[in-house]
Write a protein that binds this ligand. Structure first.
Ligand SMILES: Nc1ncnc2c1ncn2[C@@H]1O[C@H](COP(=O)(O)OP(=O)(O)OP(=O)(O)O)[C@@H](O)[C@H]1O
Ligand SMILES: [Mg+2]
Length: 295
């Protein structure tokens, strides 16, 4: 049988307001891969789960030669684990996607000396009078509070709070939703940039990688000067620290030209650059297919 690939959509709950853009980039990449002569099966995370449900006794389809994925829930990723264990390349690697959960991402970025805002991971019941916490900051405010696991899935997951009282309210709300840990993070004023990247520049020639940045809309831009080269280097080092090959993220450039990396995500929607990014991603997938699981 002709080698074929699986493409896995993002979970709907993880694409708030971006359902179309997220699905579209996956479909467009699939088209480019098919145009190169391969078959692609696109699956939702639910379809993936069904193929592996031991209670149904259903056998999965023949094993794919490569899996490309936008899913990010731990359950979905663990259903792919047996396949990745058989040395079938996954883009992004399952571990890399898990590494974007904030409670892993922050220590990994810090360990690689990526400039990130001062951050602290604490239990969400720290505002409980029964569990008085010496960890709760008393200032300076404002401060960011973010759920420590997955990225923004609904409002309240990531919030800028301006007083100890607001911080307590936000903590209680997150705790009430069953979110056990939160990140408290220094607020960095400056221009917000978004970036997208494809490839593993540290493992290959830089010319084989693709990188774009743009200013986030809806902000009053000061246009602080900065080095694009430095931005690209920081973004690529961050991607490599978590193991991502198809990624996007946010960075802030301060009035003094310093960068802070705020966030790095697995396989974003590439919305503004979809047409340009899709063939680049497809080329990367085919390269990974030739190279096997290990790069
Ligand atoms: N420490 C910070 N300093 C300044 N701005 C921040 C900081 N943290 C977050 N922000 C702002 O909030 C936005 C969302 O934060 P973050 O990227 O960490 O969350 P997210 O869950 O990925 O949300 P989204 O999906 O909206 O990007 C950032 O793009 C940035 O504008
Ligand atoms: Mg973000």
């Amino acid at each position: 049988m002709m080698p074929y690939l699986w493409g896995i959509y993002r979970e709907q709950q993880h694409s708030p307001g971006r359902e179309f853009d997220d699905a579209e980039i996956l479909r467009l990449v699939a088209k480019h891969v098919e145009a190169a002569g391969y078959q692609v099966h696109l699956k939702t995370p639910e379809q993936l789960g069904a193929a592996y449900d031991p209670s149904t006794g259903r056998r999965p389809d023949p094993l794919p030669s490569l899996v490309f994925l936008m899913c990010e829930r731990a359950e979905t990723l663990s259903s792919l684990e047996p396949i990745e264990m058989q040395a079938i390349p996954h883009v992004n690697p399952l571990q890399a996607v898990l590494n974007t959960y904030r409670d892993r991402m922050i220590p990994l970025l810090a360990a690689s000396a990526i400039p990130i805002p001062r951050s602290q991971i604490i239990s969400s019941n720290s505002s409980d009078p029964g569990h008085p916490s010496p960890q709760l900051p008393t200032g300076p405010f404002p401060i960011w509070i973010k759920r420590a696991d997955v990225h923004n899935t609904q409002s309240g997951d990531v919030e800028l709070v301006s007083s100890p009282e607001d911080l307590r309210v936000a903590l209680v709300a997150l705790h009430g939703r069953g979110i056990s840990h939160v990140v408290l993070q220094q607020h960095i004023p400056g221009d917000l940039l978004k970036f997208y990247g494809i490839g593993k520049p540290l493992a290959s020639n830089r010319k084989d990688t693709w990188f774009k940045w743009f200013y986030h809309r809806d902000q009053e831009l000061a246009r602080y000067p900065f080095s694009e080269e430095a931005l690209q280097t920081i973004a690529q080092r961050a991607a490599s620290a978590v193991g991502l090959e198809v990624y996007g993220g946010d960075a802030i450039i301060t009035p003094t030209g310093e960068f802070f990396l705020i966030d790095i995500n697995a396989w974003p929607s590439f919305a503004l650059f979809r047409e340009e990014a899709a063939p680049q991603i497809a080329t990367w997938l085919l390269r990974r297919l030739r190279q096997g699981a290990l790069l």
